[in-house]
Ligand binder design. Sequence first.
Ligand code: APR
Ligand code: PHB
Length: 389
Amino acid sequence: MKTQVAIIGAGPSGLLLGQLLSRAGVANVVLEQRSADYVLGRIRAGVLEQVTVDLLDEAGVGARMHAEGLPHDGVELCFDGQRHRIDLLGLTGKRVMVYGQTEVTRDLMAARAEAALPTVYEAENVSVHGFDGDRPVVRYTKDGAAHELQCEFIAGCDGFHGVCRASVPAEAIALHEKVYPFGWLGVLADVPPVNHELIYVNHERGFALCSQRSRTRSRYYVQCSLDDNAEDWSDAAFWNELKRRLPEATAAGLVTGPSIEKSIAPLRSFVAEPLRFGRLFLAGDAGHIVPPTGAKGLNLAATDVAYLWQGLADHYRGNGTALAHYSARALARIWKAERFSWSMTTLMHRFPDGGSFARKMQQAELAYLVSSPAAMTALAENYVGLPMD
Ligand code: APR
Ligand code: PHB
């Protein structure tokens, strides 16, 4: 089998890239190790920057997002028992769109299926070869049969644990990482959100987040120990802990119910440099990870894809300069989002060995933040997403 671009991974990065390339007339094949249902079963954040909304529209998959998504004009920070609203729209002229990543992925999958674009789910033993030359090859097995995909470029959209970054020689890549000493215990429940906008909580007992998927489905998180197991947390224990971290009046309005999903996610900051190795490109989680505090994961994946799509489309139009600049352009934006996500995580969480001084610094920064229009604007412009270059 031959194609122009082999895309490894059918998460948001791979599917969005495939959709944009197809609309630009660039042939591509998506190879995914899991089933479509398994991919859709992943529960991930869903706060979309305007840049991401525009890209999904450009890809022709924005209809349901506009119909069912929830535009949010503000976000709240809660500390010392007080809630403070950051007026995103008033401070930046922009809002964010709350629309679950699962739904973004579902819309992209449906569009790809409707266009009957070549997609191999449950591809096993995927391996990438020859990307340091002009004739890269992807090998995989499917239903026991060995296959070889000859291509001109490989897009590594295979996430943090994928095969593409792992196939790059160690001496050719630099890895930058910070692992945080806590996790997020998340619960999805079919109950109305406690507030119409998101609430990020800094509390003595730990961080909490009140988020949502719709007006009838909520997503909540509490910071937990990395030694915790989700199954050790009963629903009642979760709801009680969340209530202890919320102001009394807010906790009183919290509607609880049975969890339909409960899981613990570790927090990590990670960047690989560069993101291009000959004819292999890394995009999305394959190239970087952010702690979810800044809601940047999906948005960074989308802007990587935008840069890579533009570069590949230009290449096939006979202009290779954009492709040559992919890694530098993507990394410039990635590092700014990494900084914001790290700063929000450092500001809002209880660090086990942080000591009283670190706690005082958090309290001073939060007090300054909500008293300064300049500081709130700085937070707001990062949260809604910095302009693409
Ligand atoms: N072969 C084929 N597919 C693979 C392989 C492999 N060797 N390894 C991983 N994959 C697939 C995974 O099964 C997954 O479906 O690649 C896909 C990668 O998807 P994501 O991990 O969702 O990464 P990405 O598409 O970049 O999306 C980033 O997802 O993890 C969140 O917070 C993150 O919101 C961000 C978004
Ligand atoms: C979520 O809804 O899952 C979510 C929202 C905002 C975040 C992280 C997660 O910062």
